[in-house]
Ligand binder design. Sequence first.
Ligand code: HEM
Length: 379
Amino acid sequence: MDLRQFDPRTPAFRANPYPYYAMLRSVAPIFYWSEWGIWFLTRHDDCTALARDNRFGNRPTGDSILFQNPPDHTRMRGLMQRAFTPRMVEKQRAHIQFITDQLLDRVQDAGCMDVVTDLAYPLPVTVIAAMLGVPAADHAKFHSWSVALVNSLDLKRDAQVDERAAQATAAFEEYFAHLIAKRRADPQDDLLSALIAAEAAGEKLTTSELFFNSRLLLIAGYETTVGLISNGVYALLQHPEQRHRLQTEPQHIASAVEELLRFDAPIQMVGRAALQDVEYKGHHFKDGDSIGLMTGAANRDPCRFAEPDRLDILRTPNPHMAFGSGIHYCLGAPLARLEGQIAIQTLFKRMPQLALAIDKPLYRDNYVFRGLQSLPASF
Ligand code: HEM
């Protein structure tokens, strides 16, 4: 394989990006793709270094925390952390277990299921929507809006996709304007009310920030976790000895989930821009240059992980980049971990004979958000 074959839009790349990453990491670890004018980085040390370097950041678009730079980012993160606390996450444990069992009850007698539509998708959407205080009847609406938004975050550019995303943004905005007003008037024991109340050094989130961040939490809360559960279950089904180990020694679930996140991460790349002219390892990034930190590639870097293409649920240490690195490190990581651990552990406990029902399940046509479209299985 050589550099001319690199094109993240192609079906071959989307089906299996890992051989392309290996090629980039060894021949052009800091690679300027002239077709789009983007730099792609694939080594663990480079991705970590740039994610932690404040000469690189985001071009603020909207008021979402993800796209802010310090000092706005610092203020917003402080406020959001007050609402999204470890206590709030731990409080979800019993609820997550309850929903997982309820979802599995529905398919138990059928002897077959689609791991994506029956478990990996409905679990996180139900959890985060309930945490935020969105009524269950509105979940389907959110799903279609968030699919439209996630598609627009892919690397492909397409006017129709952008148009649908704009419509979804408008729909979200109207919905949240109403919900935020309701919670302002009558606070409940939910995350949205906590975000409204969060205050530090006399600062509060503005209405626009509340909207952008609630929407981000909702999307980040399940479009990614669905990938952790579905990619994770698929990886275990393809590695019988690792799966057997986990089934017989379920106490390893926490380290197994870290390894599944490393092995086939739900987010394959995070975007940054140079905020000034920067020279790094002899490369000249100009102010405003776009940079893709291919964290999915960093997770398979042999300089950081012994035998990186091997799934090893006991791998330690495991400094994967599935949740990013630096100031934007995933705020929801504790929740995602808890959901992944409960879902995967319960699935293999209740369906010990779980087996793939088709040869090659398909991934969604989205490079950045990597997740299976469907995962039919029998048990
Ligand atoms: C397996 C599931 C998840 C994965 C793989 C994931 C991954 C990531 C990554 C890679 C980033 C960093 C983006 C960047 O540096 O540009 C991030 C940020 C973020 N994530 Fe997650 N995430 C997951 C689940 C969640 C959940 C459940 C929530 C909340 C309910 C959440 C909320 C956020 C927020 C708010 C940020 C922005 C933080 C900031 O900008 O300071 N994520 N996530």
